[in-house]
Design a protein around this ligand. Structure first.
Ligand SMILES: Nc1nc2c(c(=O)[nH]1)N[C@H]1C(S)=C(S)[C@@H](COP(=O)(O)OP(=O)(O)OC[C@H]3O[C@@H](n4cnc5c(=O)[nH]c(N)nc54)[C@H](O)[C@@H]3O)O[C@H]1N2
Ligand SMILES: Nc1nc2c(c(=O)[nH]1)N[C@H]1C(S)=C(S)[C@@H](COP(=O)(O)OP(=O)(O)OC[C@H]3O[C@@H](n4cnc5c(=O)[nH]c(N)nc54)[C@H](O)[C@@H]3O)O[C@H]1N2
Ligand code: SF4
Ligand SMILES: [Mo]
Length: 581
């Protein structure tokens, strides 16, 4: 029995036991994994992979594929070559290809389709974005799930939620809302206003932690003055919550150990960074940071204080709005932009215009379908890697467990290209991985963990220049002008974004009276697309829902990015709905 770690983009970073038949099981001894895996890894071997390289639809050998890639890299100017990496595998070694493309002087798409707007806000307030692991949350009395859906996206948090007072703030009635003490079914885009409203009320009710505010925060009184200038009416209108619910929330958390778990739901908007700052401000007013069972936790920076082996300097373009059509050669690794990037019509037009699109991945998808050159990757069982998790502090080794004829590893691809173009060779994989591990890890009870977490998160310091928590000073937001429905983008159980088994339905409020499978069309200024309907009792009357990875999920999402963090802003729009006749 050998051990490895799940490579997927997920909070849990599961530790996996692998037997000689390559059967994957959750490691029973791992404090987070606790012996179980989710749908994706339980069925991992049933998903078909790409087995052979292809060029213009014809199967070729890996040698030929690498030769064609070399020819294309020589034929097109480096300044007309784009490197684009998705999040299909979050192993540290996945970034190795960036080293070659930076040496080659290509342009790197930089930014995020995911969490960076919120991350920018967390970093402004706290200086670094650290996680509350399930072991920390276990000590809480009250847990607020704020735009985060652990029963789908973070199932190894569930044991820690058992027996806790749960508060859910989500426009959707998620599974955990049914067992929550309070569900505030907030209007999408309303969280900043709810957080500021709560800050106002915490101050009015003398619920502030004065010692924490005096000793560990920088600009508290300016913050209170600033938010006192925002009319209460505006805070209530923009969040569409009522004072009873807010009063109940305060009653439930008063004097309790509170962990606030925030997901990406709250920040899929232009001012996403400010939303996290406002929620953090509430945490700071209550003095939640650095205490047992308490705190605010978002998708953390897994690499914090670790040596970053593939940090490069290069010309970059903002990833969520990058125009593929400006490039002759586009190299896409571990991602499916034709499904997952916002504003599919622009992405499609760009990909159609590029002279050569290379797809380097595991599975067929919308992007591989259109690519000229397909290079199959090795799976996580077939290459050396290391996983740092964004949901806890355990470090997961990912040794190569099996030889395979299929595919090429990211390391081997990068090493080959560095060699043929005469750049300096990479150190060995083992050495790179060890350097990362030793840079910031310590062994505790037989497990490697990040040294940063020897103390509770933020127990000793914040990582801002002042060493203190810094409150939000202003924000910039205008309400959406468009009429129509909010269109929510969320995750579902059997898919990991566009990988594995996706769900293509458009979920609509049952009150609209549509039968299942009714065909409808959604339209807005970014596009138009048709969907089959699934009526749902879980939605507000002003919301529709399309899961990540659904067919046409991004036909209507904005070609735009967040004010901070170069992040996609999937929900910064509304849509009109009509029945297709
Ligand atoms: N099974 C599974 N697990 C996954 C993934 C997957 O695709 N499938 N994806 C992984 C990835 S890439 C990520 S980034 C994480 C994300 O993890 P989460 O953040 O938990 O995932 P989401 O489903 O995007 O969003 C969570 C919730 O935010 C709510 N929401 C939407 N808009 C708003 C809003 O304006 N305000 C509030 N308060 N809530 C809102 C949604 O209704 C949803 O219930 O999950 C990871 N885990
Ligand atoms: N409408 C809408 N759009 C969204 C979202 C949403 O909620 N709604 N969520 C956004 C979020 S949070 C995220 S993180 C992005 C994710 O978007 P992407 O990064 O595009 O992720 P996936 O769709 O999972 O595609 C990952 C691809 O990586 C490949 N892959 C897997 N393992 C490996 C490997 O080891 N090596 C290589 N080379 N390739 C590999 C697989 O073949 C797979 O096709 O989508 C974003 N897009
Ligand atoms: S829960 Fe997350 S980390 Fe664990 S097996 Fe599933 S995808 Fe991987
Ligand atoms: Mo993500």
């Amino acid at each position: 029995m050998r051990l490895t770690t799940c490579p997927l983009d997920c909070f849990d970073g599961c530790s996996i036991t692998v037997n000689d038949e390559l059967k994957l099981k959750g490691n029973k001894n791992h404090p987070i994994t606790q012996g179980y895996l989710c749908h994706h890894l339980n069925h991992y071997h049933t998903f078909e992979r790409i087995e052979e390289p292809r060029y213009l639809g014809q199967s070729i050998s890996m040698e030929e594929a690498l030769k064609i890639l070399e020819e294309k890299l020589r034929a097109y100017k480096p300044s007309h070559t784009l490197y684009f990496k998705g999040s299909g595998n979050l192993g540290v070694m996945q970034g190795v290809t960036k080293r070659f493309f930076a040496e080659h002087k290509a342009v790197l798409a930089s930014g995020s389709l995911c969490d960076e707007a919120g991350d920018a806000g967390v970093c402004e307030s706290r200086g670094a974005n650290l996680a509350l692991s399930p072991l920390h949350v276990k000590e809480a009395e009250v847990v607020i799930l704020w735009g985060r859906n652990p029963s789908v996206t973070n199932s190894h948090m569930l044991p820690s939620l058992k027996g806790k007072t749960l508060i859910v703030i989500d426009p959707i009635k998620i599974d955990l809302a049914y067992s929550a003490a309070l569900h505030i079914q907030i209007q999408p885009r309303g969280d900043l206003y709810l957080a500021l409203l709560l800050c106002r009320l915490v101050a009015m009710e003398d619920m502030e932690d004065q010692t924490f505010l005096n000793e560990r925060t920088l600009n508290h009184s300016d913050f209170i003055e600033y938010i006192s200038g925002i009319p209460m009416r505006k805070l209530l209108d923009r969040s569409q919550v009522n004072l009873d619910e807010v009063g109940e929330l305060l009653r439930l958390i008063k004097g309790k150990k509170v962990s606030i778990l925030v997901g990406i739901g709250v920040q899929k908007y232009s001012f996403g960074h400010s939303v996290l700052r406002a929620i953090d401000a509430l945490g700071a007013m209550l003095g939640l940071f650095g205490k047992v069972g308490c705190g605010v936790s978002y998708l953390s920076n897994s690499g914090f204080d670790f040596y970053a082996p593939f940090k490069v300097s290069a010309k970059t373009e903002p990833l969520p709005i990058v125009d593929f059509g400006k490039y002759d050669l586009v190299f896409i690794q571990g991602g499916n932009p034709l499904s997952q990037m916002p504003c599919s019509s622009k992405v499609n037009a760009g990909i159609d215009h590029a002279k050569c699109v290379v797809y380097f991945g595991l599975h067929e998808n919308e992007t591989s379908e259109k690519a000229h050159l397909i290079i199959p990757a090795k799976s996580f069982l077939e290459k050396e890697d290391l996983k740092l998790s964004y949901g806890h502090h355990f470090i997961g080794r990912m040794p190569k467990l099996v030889e395979s004829e299929i595919g090429i590893s990211e390391y081997a691809l990068a090493q080959t290209l560095l060699g043929v173009f005469g750049h300096q060779a990479l150190e060995s994989e083992e050495r790179i991985i060890e350097q990362v591990i030793v840079s910031n890890s310590v062994e505790k009870e037989g497990f490697l963990i990040s040294k940063t977490y020897e103390d509770l998160p933020y127990e000793k310091t914040f990582y801002t220049p002042s060493g203190k928590f810094e409150f939000l000073e202003e924000f910039d937001d205008e309400p959406l002008e468009e009429e129509g429905y909010f269109l929510i983008a969320a995750k579902q159980n059997t898919s990991l974004n566009s990988q594995f088994v996706t769900d293509d339905y458009l979920y609509v409020p049952r009150s609209l009276g549509f039968e299942q499978e009714t065909r409808v069309r959604l339209t807005n200024r970014y596009g138009s697309a048709e969907y089959s309907v699934m009526p749902s009792d879980r939605l507000r009357d002003d919301c529709l829902l399309l899961y990540s990875g659904a067919k046409n999920a991004n036909q209507l999402t904005p070609h735009a990015m967040s004010q901070e963090g170069k992040c996609a802003i999937y929900q910064e729009m509304k849509v009109k709905l009509e029945k297709v006749r």
